[in-house]
Design a protein. Structure first.
Length: 284
């Protein structure tokens, strides 16, 4: 009797031997199927969002002059979905051990690229609302470098999982569970610092300004609160599941936390562009 292990990115499952009992194999198969469906749903969510916001993307990104933000947009918007196509293939296709060993760190390497891109976007955002403060830019860069260094240190502890006969999939496992969890803990810390720096600056500005009506900084704060709440909760749930759940579903939320981050960052850029256009129209 055979079981198939499908697309469960970054599943940190420990299989104690190649001769598991039938009930244990059945339980593992059920857990992995649940993780498979959740990962697939996260991918569909991102592709659906790309589809329904394509009109806004064309109008607010591609019909404007190309800048450094255009490059960051492309990296954030399309690297994750394209990368996850490869990840899905890796969990369906029975790759050889040598091929899997060469590829197995790819999902977390992809996460480092997306984290770098989103981090740069938010540092530039913070740099702008602090009136192009070099101190803010340098401090943000140091924080981002620290986050990426911790992520790299964390996922380089990974290796490919030796699956029992009948199970198929190239799966990244952590030799040390606590060390692997720091890939999400580092992101939580970076996002928290950026968020509270944004809140401080907006409140500082609002104490000094006069007049009514929503300003660009108000929009930045509103979107920042929404982004922070969604991403913080997603990453916190990932860490808690990873630390407390049974071994074969520890990273069930990993795909969602990665892809929702990409989605929310794209929405932030589009919303900011929309607000800028509305202000320009009112001034004309």
């Amino acid at each position: 009797m055979g079981f198939r292990l499908d697309e469960v990115p970054l599943i940190l499952v420990t299989i104690m031997s190649d001769t598991l009992s039938a009930p244990a194999l059945a339980s593992t198969a059920d857990h992995l199927m649940a993780a498979k469906m959740f990962s697939l749903a996260a991918c569909v969510m991102l592709f659906y969002d790309i589809l329904i916001t394509m009109g806004d993307e064309v109008e607010r990104i591609w019909m404007r002059s190309y800048t450094h933000m255009t490059i960051l947009w492309v990296l954030n918007r399309y690297i994750s979905p394209l990368g996850y196509i490869v990840i899905i293939v890796s969990f369906h296709d029975p790759w050889s051990k040598s091929v899997c060993d060469r590829y197995v760190l790819f999902p977390e390497a992809l996460k480092v690229v997306t984290s770098f891109t989103i981090g740069v976007i938010f540092i530039l955002r913070l740099y702008a609302i602090y009136y192009r403060s070099l101190t803010v830019a340098v401090s943000g860069g140091i924080l981002l470098a620290a986050e990426l260094a911790i992520k790299i240190w964390s996922f380089t502890d990974g290796t490919s999982l030796n699956l029992p006969e009948g199970l198929v999939g190239c799966i990244l496992v952590g030799r040390t569970h606590i060390r692997f969890a720091f890939t999400w803990i580092a992101e939580l810390a970076f996002d928290s610092i950026i968020f509270f720096a944004t809140v401080y600056r907006v409140f500082q500005y609002n104490r000094l300004r006069h007049g009514t009506g929503e300003t660009l900084l108000d929009r930045i704060l509103h979107d920042g609160v929404l982004y922070f709440a969604v991403i913080f909760i997603a990453n916190l749930v990932t860490v808690l599941i990873f630390m407390l759940a049974p071994p074969d579903i520890k990273a069930i939320n990993a795909s969602f936390s990665t892809l929702i981050t990409t989605l929310m960052a794209s929405r932030l850029i589009l919303n900011l562009r929309e607000h800028s256009e509305m202000r320009s129209c009112r001034l004309e």
